[in-house]
Write a protein that binds this ligand. Sequence first.
Ligand code: MTE
Length: 319
Amino acid sequence: MLIRTKKEIPASEVTDRSLFRRRRQLIKASALGALASFGLSFPELARADAGSKLPGFGKDSPYSINEEPTDFEDVTRYNNFYEFGTGKSDPAENAKGFKTRPWTLAIEGEVEKPGVLDIDQLISGQNLEERIYRLRCVEAWSMVVPWVGFSLGGFLKQFNPTSKAKFVEFTTLFDPGQMPGQQISVLEWPYVEGLRIDEAMHPLTILAVGLYGEVLPNQNGAPLRLVVPWKYGFKSIKSIVRIRLTEDMPHTSWNLSAPDEYGFYANVNPEVPHPRWSQKRERVIGGGLFSLKRDTELFNGYAEQVAHLYQGMDLNRNF
Ligand code: MTE
């Protein structure tokens, strides 16, 4: 994965968080007024518009970490989403007009009940919950994000996986007209990712539809993205259009692009360095002067919950 520092946003350019959010609320309030006069209701807006408040959701997940989330501005302006450019500030800029409605998600492969679901019907049928997770990027930085989402495992069970379902493959939308990065062969498109079925079914694994209590911003993977908190961030594929259950291990974009550098498992592991840099420590995005780096934890701090999944495996080989 490329490390690009050129386009990082200097702290001086980042608007004060409370000011930023107050401004957004004002914009939203006037937008709501305008919509009311066109006869559109709040729920319709909430389904369609990034930045709208999500309806009620549970906030006390036992899986959340007890840490202050990274500022909203950093979470939404320091991104990796190569479909919209390889610089950290490119996605926020280039995904502004990205259309996430209408949107469907196909569930295929080793399931008894395959289907194609409309995203709004899908979301309204879920028990949404906030999960505060640290996103540890393979580039050795991290941030803490208050995601809003639902359990992938519970969702997949509704489609009755067959006994042959050993893996799950995820695919991002392919639309080079809307996603300018797909016109450049920096990766093979569309972006694909995969999990073993037990990883997909683990209660920590979620599909996210929001963050900070709001509909997911486009640059963070609207309308639906995966979040697997014990793995490097690149496993958390964005803007998913297809989930396929498979018997064989699926390809993954970064593994296809550089197999020596990015494995299928991609578990956060300070003891297994990337061939070009150490994974022992991580830079804290938005961290103050005295907390710029922290020690990286095995499985990103979730060893107790997930280490058993890899018992007997050599994690140096299965990186
Ligand atoms: N998903 C798609 N479709 N395309 C991408 O380029 N980048 C990955 C992951 N999901 C990526 C993607 C990487 S490298 C990281 S670190 C995370 O998204 C970043 O998520 P964030 O921008 O919401 O912090």
